[in-house]
Design a protein. Sequence first.
Length: 417
Amino acid sequence: MGIVVSCFAIMACSSAQADMLDSASEALAKLPFIPIPEVATDPNSGTTVGFLPVALFSSPNGDIQHVLASDLNYNRVLGVGGEFRLFNYPSADSEWYVVAGGSHDIAREVDLDYATGLSRSGLLSWEGRFYFARDPSRRFFGIGNHSDFHDESNYTLEQVRADALLGFNVTRKLQITLEGRPRRIRIQRGAFNSVPFTGDRFPTLEGLDGGTDALARLIASYDTRDSTQMPTKGGLAEVFAGGADRHLASSVSYATFGLDARAYLPIARRLTLASHLRLQYVTSSGEPPFWILGELGGEATDESSAFGFPLGRGETWRGGGSGRFVDRNLLAAAIELRIRLFEVSIASARVTIEPAPFVDLGRVFAHIGDNPVRVDDLHPAGGIGFRALVAPFVVGYVDVGYGPNGAEFFSGINYPF
């Protein structure tokens, strides 16, 4: 966020300050790290302030190969916190990362991921991930597409899960992937006493006792993107189906299926029109726990695989925080214009500043026979994103969305889609 604010301030300055800005640019370029002040405002966790120095390490050919981004921060409710982040990009075909951190009050996270075969040039591609998180900022408003904002409640979601994906590359574009994801869920009281605990406001909600599920899915995908991290043309389309069963290490039986499509259209040298559509269904014989239902809200960048597949139940909608709308099935669509505006040298790296106005639409619904694109039930949101790009792998973003309850702010790493 600090990069974005600084760069747009540079644009606004008068020509009389050019010499001063040139000197500042030279000083920034010589720094051993990118100094990013953290001022993040999340719809669920509130305002967090801190300092995030980002160190970039290049390969001999000049590409960014390692990114070290550890921070120290403070949140009024969660207290002092911090996170260690190490991202590694040994080649265009492989990547791995290590993330670990937490806060004084409740929040904890460990996220380990390794993926190879991203170029699909060999017979097999695979990815393995271990994820543990205790998030005390989660929100629940009720089930349904018209849940009341005033019914907001808070809980802690603790999950331990492993993701394994094995892809068979029929061609360089066509891939058949097997996914396995065992997971353990626990629901506890949240840290935000300004709203009721979900178990108190919704005492009959299915899933408050937590549980386990071992999801297995089959994914067929067709990928023509020019890059998995920074696509500017082509697209990714996938269909998926799978489920979990009580007789196979799960406390709930259900099936899930759907489709996900992304397209990137270059309309000028510095302009890319990016679009995303996702339709997801969940079916079960009884009332499923709320933590397997479709979830519309926030930005689901942490629920995607390195291949671009959605791994979680959440979907991006920048008009509200995660969990704003929850039901069995969901539809989400987004379109944004990515404008590569200018470049600046920071810490010996060329950082491209990219504003991106966007529009999001989405809804959740209960029945498989419902019309998913019923216009009266779609929730619109719009806004603008500010991104800092370090080619060929690194994207940092701040997105400002405006929905029915006002402005919402989101920040993180990677494109939303």
